[in-house]
Design a protein around this ligand. Sequence first.
Ligand code: ADP
Ligand code: MG
Length: 370
Amino acid sequence: MSLFDPRPKDRLEDFFDRERELDEFRRSISSSPLTLVLGLRRYGKTSLILTGLNEFKVRYVYLDCKALPTGMISIGDFMQLFVEALNTFTRRYSGLRSRILRLLDSIEGISVSGFTVTINLRRFKPQNLFELLGRLNDMGEEVVLIIDEAQELRRLARYRADYILAYIYDNLRNIRLVVSGSQVGLLYRLLRIGDPEAPLYGRAYSEVRLGKLSIEKSREFLELGYQQHGIKPSRETIEYIISLVDGVIGWLAYIGFKTIQKKRVDNKVVDEVVREAYKLVLQELKHFLQLRPLAKERYQAILKIVALLGNATWTNIYNYIQAQLGKVPKPTFNSLLKNLVDAGFIEKKEDKYTITDPILRKALLEAPIR
Ligand SMILES: Nc1ncnc2c1ncn2[C@@H]1O[C@H](COP(=O)(O)OP(=O)(O)O)[C@@H](O)[C@H]1O
Ligand SMILES: [Mg+2]
């Protein structure tokens, strides 16, 4: 067992703290058809969901929307993901296997051979998705459908994910929804729960929010993690790591894991490992920018100045952008800024903007974006 294991945790013995959140999550899934699990990247959402559901012995189908292709996606891409999730599901709950496979086999475009479900996208029509969800419901057992990083479904061409969710919410009593998102503002925009025109309008739901670890908890996490590998780093290095990652549990785990691999734990190795992380965060940023090619330069300039200043006012940023790239109308500028906030790259606190992820900030300062 290792706290530093880079995969999402799914068992309580590998799961650090978060007792209050786990408790909230338990209450929420037992009382509400829709639970949102929110928090920035690497705050431990997937770990909380999987550990929680395993611990409460609740069956789940797990859709990881991060695994969808980049750019716009089709309903076929989504179905492919769904079918893979069903295969994992039937493997995990072998007691239900024959029942669920029999139910799925009768759907047009879906076939079952042995224990494996496959989909023929040429014969599968989008409306069959509702049939498939219906069969899952007909199994007669409660099941949680996890849609992890659901904001990615905003890229679904021609179909609206909020309709699918509302359909499940309203009609399928055996399916409870757990929807997570790192890009919280984008997720809200997708769900539009407060919009009277939207399909999910007015539906009751509950939220579990994950935050940063305190300095004390961060220290405990690191010391315990290293201890599991029989290592006791210097006090100085522990404090150094804590100062770099600002309570993001996933970064603590990442640095722990990488330094263990390198078999040396000192400030220099930590710097090396952090530089390796730049690739990851810049890739995530690139993924966001790819969808917005026309505004790419402007986004990059905003991020650059916010990273440089650490704390930037609206005017600081606006003036910089215009100096760099010429005139930008205020409404355009405001919507770019809002998109970056909604995507979780920057946040606004007391009228100042900052980069939310300390590692992304360092990467923006030290490594060029390509
Ligand atoms: N409560 C926890 N205990 C131990 N490790 C955790 C915990 N939460 C997250 N991690 C670790 O941090 C990293 C990011 O966690 P993950 O659940 O994937 O975050 P998210 O889904 O929010 O991006 C993973 O390496 C995971 O193992
Ligand atoms: Mg996750």
